[in-house]
Design a binder for this molecule. Structure first.
Ligand code: NAD
Length: 427
């Protein structure tokens, strides 16, 4: 078994993520023979930063938080990846996620390598002023190592447009001029891109449309179930509903709604409470659990919530013929092979949810050129780019009779290795 460096024997590591990354490499290694030097290169993060961020609390107390940034591989260009604030953030997790960003950017054909960052803190325990000081503090620790041509952060778990606004402001103050291209996911007023808020969901919808076209399946007959009704899941439901698809089930972390004739998505969106949860009472729906949603009698299943939802216990009960992984890592490795053996087409996360990083790339182009695009142009370019990535993966899978996931990983890794060879880093 291949083992990503820094992950072996770690106490805090998410073993599932570690296993997944190793399985990526092992799967690819068995399908395109990788030399031991290539494997070593792919297992080695390029630059790893760990630092202590001093944070002055409103009470006057000074605390010190662990911060991380991993720039995993920059063969294809400056590294790109989000910054998350979460109590369970640790170096191993950030390392794994930066590897996955490297694959995602490569597969989407972006001129970026992969990175990830984070701070081990529960941001909900902080006041707004403390959150601002933390965001600025993070940038003060990494400003010498990031930049539009070096490493470009973005939002991730528990970081949003406002956090990006504070970060870009801090970076610009340190450098003495406004440099919007250093960070993406900014508010529109500070150089954010039109369309970014729905870009992950819209990208997934474009892929689904293309896949159905290739399989010659009529959308009118399809029943779609979406797990997770947050940013990604609710926007996906909204777009698909507007496009005339029938959504039979949606859920948040508490419960799901099901109607085999199709749900009234507009009304559900209108009835969400302030925190975005589904309403307690809603006419004409059956209340179902999240577990039940995953194994419903439907055609397309969209896990758009959290990781590890489909495992070896429930994989055999999945009835959908297509699974679109909008969440990161919703299917455990052992479940993947069960779904594959049942002939279920799984569109992997590094492809399905890459719409967000693609539009982040567009934001970076707009900032660098000072030429701002209409939403129509952003969406047209997103459709072109994500459809091309999907077709590349589809062709690869057809040519070699491989699943979409292994094909996606294979293409992404091959591109990185080619770039490394051209640079002279590999023989
Ligand atoms: P979000 O926090 O806005 O929404 C998450 C949704 O999942 C909520 O409806 C929540 O109630 C539900 N949920 C939480 N725990 C659950 C559980 N245990 N079971 C079922 N449902 C649960 O998050 P989001 O931005 O919509 O992201 C969803 C997924 O997509 C995540 O895996 C994220 O990493 C991935 N993703 C998001 C983006 C993006 O642009 N937002 C980009 C790429 C990948």
């Amino acid at each position: 078994m291949l083992v990503l460096k820094n992950m072996e024997n770690s106490k805090n590591v998410c073993q599932r993520c570690c296993v997944r990354c190793n399985a990526h490499l092992a799967g690819v290694a068995s399908n395109i023979i990788l030399s031991s030097t290539e494997v070593n290169l792919l297992q080695s993060p390029k630059r790893v930063f760990t630092f202590s961020i001093p944070l002055k609390k409103d009470s006057g107390e000074l605390i010190f938080l662990n911060g991380y940034r991993v720039q995993y591989n920059d063969a294809l260009g400056p590294t790109k990846g989000g910054i998350r604030f979460h109590p369970e953030v640790n170096l191993e997790e950030v390392n794994t996620l930066s590897f996955l960003m490297t694959l995602k950017c490569s597969l989407a054909g972006l001129p970026f390598g992969g990175a990830k960052g984070g701070v081990a803190i529960d941001p909900y325990t902080l006041s707004k002023a403390e959150l601002e000081r933390l965001s600025r503090g993070y940038i003060r620790e990494v400003h010498n190592f990031i930049g539009p041509d070096i490493d470009i952060p973005a939002p991730d778990v528990n970081t949003d447009e406002q956090v990006m606004a504070w970060m870009v402001d801090e970076y610009s103050k340190i450098k003495g001029k406004f440099i919007p291209a250093v960070i993406t996911g900014k508010p529109l007023e500070l150089g954010g891109s039109l369309g970014r808020n729905i870009s992950t969901s819209l990208g997934g919808c474009f892929i689904l449309k293309k896949l159905l076209e290739i399989l010659d399946i009529n959308q009118k007959d399809l029943r779609i179930a979406i797990q997770g009704f947050g940013n990604v899941g609710s926007n996906m439901a909204k777009i698909l509903d507007e496009w005339g698809y029938k959504i039979v089930a949606v859920s948040d972390q508490n419960k799901g709604f099901y109607n085999e004739e199709g749900l009234n998505i507009k009304k559900i969106l209108h009835s969400q409470d302030k925190k975005g949860f589904l309403p307690d009472d809603f006419e004409g729906v059956n209340i179902i659990s999240n577990e039940k949603l995953l194994t419903l009698d439907c055609d397309i299943l969209v896990p758009a919530a959290v990781c590890c939802q489909i495992n070896k216990e429930n994989a055999d009960k999945v009835k959908a013929s297509i699974v679109l992984e909008m969440a990161n890592d919703p299917i455990l490795i052992e479940a993947d092979s069960i779904l594959f053996s049942k002939g279920i087409k799984v569109v992997p996360d590094i492809l399905a949810n890459s719409g967000g990083v693609i539009v982040s790339y567009f934001e970076w182009i707009q900032n660098s050129s000072n030429d701002y695009w209409t939403e129509k142009k952003v969406f047209k370019k997103l459709e072109e780019k994500i459809t091309k990535a999907f077709l590349d993966v589809w062709e690869e899978s057809q040519k070699n009779n491989l699943g979409l996931r292994i094909s996606a990983h294979k293409l992404a890794i091959q591109r990185i290795l080619t770039a490394e060879k051209l640079r002279g880093n590999l023989t």
